[in-house]
Design a protein around this ligand. Sequence first.
Ligand SMILES: *Cc1c(COP(=O)(O)O)cnc(C)c1O
Length: 396
Amino acid sequence: MTIAYDNAPPVREHYLVFGSPMIEQAEIDEVVDSLRSGWIGTGPKVARFEDMFRTYTRSDHAVALHSCTAALHLTMLAAGIGPGDEVIVPSMTFCATANAVIHAGARPVFVDVDRETMNMTPASIEQAVTERTKAVIPVHMAGRPCEMERIVPLARAHGLVVIEDAAHAIEAGCQGRKIGSISDATCFSFYVTKNLVTGEGGMVTTRHRDWAEKVQMLALHGLSRGAWRRYSDEGFRHYQVLAPGYKANMMDLQAAMGLHQLPRLERYLQRRRQIWERYNAAFADLPVHLPAPVRAGDVHARHLYTLLLDLDALRCSRDQFMQALHQENIGTGIHFIGLHLHPYYRDTYGLDASDFPHATWISERTLSLPLSARLADRDVDDVIEAVHKVFRYYRR
Ligand SMILES: *Cc1c(COP(=O)(O)O)cnc(C)c1O
């Protein structure tokens, strides 16, 4: 038996790109409309997108930004977090979660995650709290909500602020409550691979009006509110600089895409659920850990479909397995190599892999398969066939 690795023909002729976004005609037309209108920067479409997003997440305030990283950073500043403070983050996440803490001048304190859910747990948070802890950032890994109904009261008991990283979890819900409406603030990403795309883009929703105002001010040079209107038909308006701010505002060009993506979230989620169920059925007999079942009462946003390879049953590493799928013209992803294993965090904070046994275990085995509303049934068939083919080849 051979695979494409050995120069046998691949399962597919054309490469299936991992995480390719679904873009429809309405977005294209709306972007063109912005271009023709001459208003491409922050303007009325951003304001409309914020309104729609606030309604969708049932949150009190929403501020659109140019990334989730900026949302995390500026929200931390709005919450008054800075030098001398500690912020608890999971080790199993994208680097932006921890980097935003560092940008705010605070120290990220990494905790291990649960092996099944890949999320931080109330117990792991409890163990990491010190008198310097100011905040905790739950990350809803792959779209699976953390146990917010336990984390929020735990944080309150210790006087901690809760800022969620919901980059994977726009559609998610936790015990009947919509993600975005539960804690102090929630940050979302509209990066090209995420469930809603605006190219680059992000949003923070919050229950605190003063945080929303501060984030908006900091995102536009620290100018006084409404500064983006200063060239509108209301005539020139003076602004004042209230802080040495940043440049992280969303453009109308980006919001133009979001306006049309948002109403389709549930349809796309439904399609990803179908693909998910097909994968689960197709891989049930393979030596892998399938994604854990969704807890009753929760909504999983199905951002990533992740297999955990049973390395004892294979004659290859995860990276070799991934390379073999690549040769079959199937693109895959790794979410993630735990942050404690990356040189910067490991060396700066003196982290040891053995202190994060679950995140380390996941880092060695995890492999994300294509999961996008854009996939045709044929594409899904190809992924399934390629995974089976590579398993047959490498199985002990
Ligand atoms: C993508 C991602 C981010 C960063 O989002 P950007 O919009 O690219 O800044 C943050 N956290 C997690 C968990 C992510 O996957």
